[in-house]
Design a protein around this ligand. Structure first.
Ligand code: 2AM
Length: 184
């Protein structure tokens, strides 16, 4: 039997945007505010899958390939701090319908495949800091990044030598009636 992988579907951020966000984070948060997520790991999760066998991964990929919907633009114009999970995040005040639809579809497919899905509503966010203490001040809105989203990605999460790395495994184009997916 093949080994399972820890997987999730997400929206990838282009490297220049990851760098911009990291610069903004360095300007607005003290070093002790929390543990910063590495630039290359900044992403927006659509559906977390957990530990998945190769067989289940193939089934999930086949279902993902059947999703047909247009792309959308995400406006990152909000930030917040979840005290319970100790996460400081970047997000959007008005999630586009396409984003909610995509996440809902992927989450439903994951649930049908037996991947546990958190019953909490989907809160689209990009985790900026982990282990953030109570007193972290969130910068006032006044920033905005517009991200055209034309694809979604299946990532593997690997924890090795004290670091987490997210590796894209496969990607699917949105706004395309011809179904396609690219192995990365
Ligand atoms: P987080 O950033 O809010 O912690 C890879 O770990 C991605 O999957 C992260 O974006 C993480 O969200 C998300 N994730 C990890 N465990 C999860 C879980 N049990 N339920 C939902 N999302 C999870």
């Amino acid at each position: 039997m093949s080994e399972s992988k820890r997987l999730f579907f997400a929206i990838e951020l282009p490297a220049p945007m990851q760098r911009q966000i990291v610069r903004w984070r360095a300007e607005h948060f003290l070093a002790q505010a929390g543990r910063p997520v590495a630039a290359a790991n900044l992403h927006l999760t659509l559906a977390f899958l957990g530990d998945v066998s190769a067989e289940k991964q193939r089934a999930l990929a086949a279902m993902a390939a059947r999703i047909t919907q247009p792309g959308f633009t995400l406006h990152l114009d909000d930030a917040g701090h979840w005290l319970r999970s100790r996460v400081v995040w970047l997000g959007t005040r008005q999630p586009p319908r396409g984003l909610l639809q995509l996440a809902s579809m992927l989450r439903a497919q994951a649930a049908r495949s037996g991947c546990y899905q958190n019953p909490q509503p989907f809160h689209p966010h990009i985790t900026l800091l982990r282990n953030a203490g109570q007193g972290v001040a969130i910068p006032p809105p006044g920033f905005l990044w517009a991200l055209p989203v034309n694809e979604f990605v299946l990532y593997e999460s690997v924890f090795a030598r004290g670091r987490t790395r997210y590796t894209p495994l496969q990607r699917w184009t949105l706004g395309n009636t011809e179904r396609n997916s690219d192995e990365v």
